[in-house]
Design a binder for this molecule. Structure first.
Ligand code: Z2T
Length: 829
């Protein structure tokens, strides 16, 4: 094709897009171009794009059914995908053409992109990780299905009212979801409650059947996940609960119409709303129902797909690797056993072999309060057959332990699936460890702690079973989509290979000393900051200097993440300026964002503390605007798109040993922010990669934290021996930030003074000193910019493409499977 032909076919494609918009406005939205709302236009454009990828999707599915390559099934109670339109345009290489076609239609593509309501079907890191992995699986052409729950209401929307968090329901489906397709013919039935029966099957075998008390239908909704500039399109399959279609007959016949309706509503509550607790286990029955519901649907679906091209389930594990995203889907162990034995009539040993070779388990936390353990009574009431199977798994397993470690009663009670130390519980982590072929942690340090502490018994029992796969994030969404200025600068300098081969960013290293490149780099950051400063001025009437250092901490609000340590630093600066108005404090904007679990008392107070300190400091004329504090309401994926590109300093200040990995830390650093952080989670590896000289390290390491706590940590000693710390705490306690109210922050102050579980006081001094070095470095613009370039250049390891490669080799044993286009677009347009 010569240039002219190329130009002609491009023109033709743009015309087709415009016709697509017009078609969808009229036939799908049922309005005219004149009466169409902006949302009508968003839906029309989104549908036009979805139609453009449909033939890729059909080809991908067809290719899978024909050849039997292994499929990765990622089972997760959460998928925090974020908005799809912009990402899909970038992955399909259609952004420019859509930009032009919308412009020529009199629309603004950016405005439409901003209109999309994000599917907030996750709490934070764990759900967002699942979404990054879906992007990388598709981009690396690995066949995969994401299985999860189609919550009607996702993560709550956060408002700040009078400085407090207020929760509002997230109505993400109300404007209409153009990305999903309901697959009514693939519905699965799921039982709950009831009892089990023994019967004699073929050959007089004793068999068990489960007679559930009620049945609920799971209906899948499919969202296509296109890879970056490849033909492969994977699928995110989310299950929605409905009453079985025949549910009402009995009730109708007896005339109990309202009774029937009540049953229907009961059925639908299962997928009504996401539980908004990130790392706090709540033993609620509805939550276990959600978990079992989506796991059973997903396993039934896998079995159906397998039997499509296989006679038996004997080699299910050759066709599927099912990854359990934490223990939330770990009821998959007894459910797969039940399906194999009770439904497909396998004997125990073969069923157990298939189960163990199919399932793999990822652990995401060391926090004891996050560990899932269900009261036996609750479990038995809901899943009587599964409890029987669990008892049998446990008996056989404990025999194995007895043989390997004779006479070790403590070990038996620690490793048993059943916690019998008091009221009895089913421990889901133990179940997942026993029932899977591999266990993995999410960063080197986390995996090391799993091996040495949390899962030490398992490591002794099955050496080599616990593996490490360090988390990663997708450079498509977290650079190419969210930071177009930086993307252009990097592409102009080193080409665009880095988008799928992130280690290629190393080519930027040589430009770190090039003054014109440094200026361009600085300019990108400055423009990103200016955009946000304009936004904050417009929305919050807060004046911000784009030259100020943007110092940012966005993540769930949690004591272990220590947002209040950040606050102690801010108040320290405030006190220093008040005591000595001439002091040289480089201007900083402190940004916080994050949601608190609605029932987490301390976390909600931490939000109130941040907003109250902001109120006082932002309005104190003595400060002369040198420090400003801003709490961004409703931090989510969409706001993340704005936050990472604007940041100079990334706060990763959790107590060492508490953050399993962290993934925000990676997004910041990729976008050229420098990190101030502890040796925790993936910070350790980030520092290794970018170089210690390009990372602001402070605080105790995990061994020091443990020995300090073992020797009896006394926060009061730090308070008494550090004047600045004492002043800060006393100022909060005095009511200075709470209009004289000395009660408001007492719970926070008291918990720090008398317990300080996360050792803020022990790290305070080092943190303050480190922040002072940060401030000095920032004043040397050249030096800072150079460090910033080197951070981005050395982040290759933290692409989720690398993580997926690790999983593929270390755990799943899957290979890329490029899709060739055989099925043409229909109708030919
Ligand atoms: C979560 O986001 C994480 C762990 C959980 O443990 C639960 C949730 Cl909702 C049950 C986070 C970790 O805190 C974070 O360190 C990690 O980077 C992320 O999972 C992904 O692995």
């Amino acid at each position: 094709m010569d240039l002219k032909q190329k130009e002609d076919s491009r023109k033709e494609r743009i015309q087709k897009l415009k016709r697509g918009f017009a078609y969808n406005i009229f036939y799908r939205q049922g309005v005219t171009q004149k009466t169409a709302s902006l949302n009508d236009y968003y839906l029309a454009v989104a549908h036009t794009l979805r139609d453009r990828m449909q033939h890729l999707f059909v080809n991908s599915v067809q290719a899978l059914l024909e050849k039997d390559s292994k499929i990765v099934c990622y089972l997760s109670a959460e998928f925090l995908t974020g908005p799809h339109l912009h990402n899909n345009l970038v992955n399909l290489g259609l952004y420019e053409e859509f930009e032009q076609a919308t412009r020529e239609t009199g629309l603004n593509l950016k405005e439409l992109i901003d209109l999309e309501e994000e599917p907030g079907l996750g709490n934070g890191g764990l759900g967002r990780l699942a979404a990054c992995y879906l992007d990388s699986l598709a981009s690396q052409q690995i066949p995969a299905i994401g299985y999860g729950i189609r919550y009607e209401y996702g993560m709550f929307d956060q408002e700040i009212a009078d400085g407090w968090q207020k929760e509002l329901s997230d109505c993400w489906l109300h404007p209409g979801n153009p990305w999903e397709i309901k697959k009514a013919d693939m519905a699965c039935d799921v039982g709950f409650g009831g009892h089990t029966e023994i019967y004699h099957g073929e050959h007089g075998n004793r068999r068990t059947r489960w007679i559930p008390a009620r049945v609920i239908t799971g209906v899948p909704y499919d969202t296509p996940i296109p890879g970056y500039k490849v033909n492969n399109v994977n699928v995110l399959r989310l299950w929605s609960a409905e009453a079985p279609t025949s549910f009402d007959f009995a009730d109708f016949n007896t005339g109990d119409y309202y009774g029937a309706v009540k049953d229907k509503i009961m059925a639908e509550t299962i997928t009504k709303v996401l539980y908004p607790n990130d790392e706090q286990f709540q033993g609620k029955k509805l939550r276990l129902e959600q978990q079992f519901f989506f796991v059973s649907c997903s396993l039934q679906d896998m079995i159906r797909i397998h039997l499509h091209s296989n006679e038996s389930l004997d080699d299910l594990y050759d066709d599927f690797a099912a990854q359990l995203n934490d223990t939330h889907p770990s009821v998959a162990v007894p459910e797969l056993m039940r399906l194999l034995m009770d439904v497909h009539l396998y004997e125990w040993d073969k069923a157990w072999e298939i189960t163990k070779k199919t399932l793999c388990y990822t652990n995401h936390t060391l926090l004891p309060e996050a560990m899932e353990k269900w009261q036996i009574e609750l479990f038995e009431d809901l899943l009587p057959r599964h409890l029987e199977i669990i008892y049998e798994i446990n008996n056989r397993f404990l025999d194995e332990v007895r043989i390997k470690f004779p006479g070790d009663a403590d070990r038996l009670s620690r490793m048993s699936i059943i916690d019998e130390s008091g009221p009895r519980y089913v421990r889901m982590a133990n179940l997942a460890c026993i029932g899977s072929k591999a266990i993995n942690g999410v960063a080197a340090m986390h995996t090391d702690l799993l091996r040495r502490h949390t899962l030490a018994d398992w490591n002794t029992m099955y050496p080599g079973k616990i593996r490490n796969v360090t988390n990663g994030v997708t450079p498509r969404r977290w650079i190419a989509v969210s930071n177009p200025r930086l993307t252009k600068l990097i592409c102009d300098a080193i080409g665009e290979q880095w988008i799928t081969r992130l280690d290629k960013l190393r080519d930027l290293e040589k430009l770190a000393d090039d003054t014109s490149f440094r200026d361009a780099w600085y300019k990108v950051k400055k423009e990103n900051k200016q955009d946000v400063a304009n936004l904050i001025l417009k929305k919050e009437h807060l004046q911000i200097d784009p030259e100020a250092m943007f110092d940012v901490q966005v993540k769930r609000i949690h004591e272990y993440k220590r947002q209040h340590l950040n606050v102690l630093h801010i108040i320290t600066l405030y006190n220093r300026i008040k005591a000595n108005p001439a002091i040289d404090v480089p201007p900083r904007l402190f940004v916080f964002g994050g949601k608190a679990a609605p029932g987490y008392f301390m976390a909600k107070r931490m939000i109130k503390l941040i907003t109250s300190v902001a109120q006082i400091i932002n309005n104190d004329p003595d400060i002369h605007g040198r420090i400003k504090i801003f709490f961004i309401p409703n931090y989510n994926v969409k706001i993340g798109h704005i936050v990472y590109p604007m940041t100079d300093l990334s706060e990763q200040i959790s107590q060492a040993g508490m953050e399993a990995s962290g993934t925000g830390n990676m997004k910041f650093s990729m976008n050229g922010a420098l990190t101030i952080g502890t040796l925790d989670g993936a910070n350790v590896e980030i520092r290794e990669e970018v170089g210690a000289e390009n990372f602001f390290l402070f605080g105790l390491n995990v061994d020091e934290v443990m020995s300090l706590q073992a020797s009896g940590y006394s926060p009061m000693d730090y308070y008494n021996s550090n004047d600045e710390l004492k002043q800060v705490i006393d100022l909060i306690a005095s009511g200075h930030f709470s209009g004289g109210d000395q009660e408001l922050f007492r719970p926070l102050v008291d918990s720090l003074l008398h317990e300080d579980k996360y050792t803020l006081f022990a790290d305070y001094k080092d943190y303050i000193n480190c922040q002072e070095r940060v401030g000095q470095t920032y004043q040397d613009r050249d030096c800072w910019t150079r460090m910033s370039i080197l951070n981005t250049a050395r982040m290759g390891k933290f692409s989720s493409d690398r993580s997926i490669m690790d999983y593929s080799r270390k755990i799943w044993d899957v290979k890329a499977f490029p899709v060739e286009l055989k099925w043409e677009r229909l109708p030919k347009d």
